[in-house]
Design a protein around this ligand. Structure first.
Ligand SMILES: [Zn+2]
Length: 286
């Protein structure tokens, strides 16, 4: 009899029919795809429609809760109140003047970290921005600091981390999505675990932003600098400083997370040319 020649289901290695397993796989894929497509939302600052893994409240909660771990990985906050104050003041000036009075949903904070080897700057989702003292100490003018911070503010307002998380969720499965999905809107931090915080910090440190992300953030950097009264040409010098740091003994971290500084210089120059066709006004601060 045909039926008796088939192995009993209980003797199969996994005890399930192959068809059932692939159906489960199919369901997981469908749920992942639905999760991605239902993650579409309108950016409150740029007005663009994006796929993001987190609501604005979740971005803020994740950033605030992950900030101490990010600081810890780079030697903690630099114990230099004057330098920290400068970073804070330049960041505030970009926010206050760069967005022309618009109310921002993010509670921005600027952190100067003690690490004097790793030349880098980071943005966690939700407005937590970091610059290492290794990069800070290489900068020559306040305008260059504005260039670094303005670029990182760009990553926050463009919600690049939340976009990357949406793509990672789609390609890597549902582990993070379940935890993120579990947090409720009334209490956005409820679903966050230590593992998620570690993952968020790790993904930002190791993130390879796409070329488009970098160009968007460069554009924000230039725009915010000019509106806040800084000479946007300082951003070109920032790129040169990063290239120099990458070529020597200094760690090239900023280059891996922020690729192609050389190619980006030409693009920054053309943005500035389009912004100031008659030349950069001399009163802008270097
Ligand atoms: Zn960047």
């Amino acid at each position: 009899m045909a039926l008796s020649r088939r192995s009993p289901a209980g003797l199969r290695p996994h005890g399930r029919l192959p068809g059932a397993r692939s159906f489960v796989g199919f369901l997981i894929a469908v749920v992942a795809l639905m999760g991605y497509f239902f993650s579409r939302s309108t950016n409150p600052i740029t007005g663009q429609s994006q796929h993001v893994a987190l609501s604005v409240d979740q971005e803020i909660a994740l950033g605030l809760q992950s900030a101490p771990e990010m600081a810890r990985q780079f030697g903690g906050e630099l114990p230099d109140p004057a330098a920290q104050d400068l970073v804070d003041r330049v960041g505030r000036r970009l926010l206050e003047r760069g967005f022309e009075g618009a109310t921002l949903p993010y509670p921005f904070e600027f952190h100067l970290l003690a690490d004097d080897k790793v030349v880098n700057a980071f943005a966690l989702p939700g407005g937590q921005i970091f610059i290492t003292s290794a990069l800070f100490s290489r900068l020559e003018t306040e305008g260059q600091l504005a260039g670094v911070l303005g670029h990182e503010i760009g990553h926050v307002v463009e919600r690049h981390s939340a976009q990357h998380m949406a793509k990672a969720r789609l390609t890597q499965g549902l582990v993070g999505a379940i935890a993120v999905g579990a947090s409720d809107a009334e209490n956005p931090s409820a679903g966050l675990t230590a593992a998620m915080i570690a993952q968020a910090v790790g993904s930002v440190i190791n993130m390879k932003y796409g070329r488009d992300d970098e160009l968007e953030s460069d554009e924000w950097g230039v725009k915010l600098m000019a509106r806040a009264g800084y000479d946007p040409r300082a951003q070109v010098r920032v790129m040169e400083i990063l290239s120099e740091a990458g070529g020597g003994a200094g760690a090239p971290e900023f280059l891996s997370t922020h690729p192609d500084p050389g190619n980006r210089i030409e693009r920054i120059r053309s943005l500035i040319g389009a912004m100031f066709p008659a030349g950069v006004p001399p009163e802008l601060q270097p």
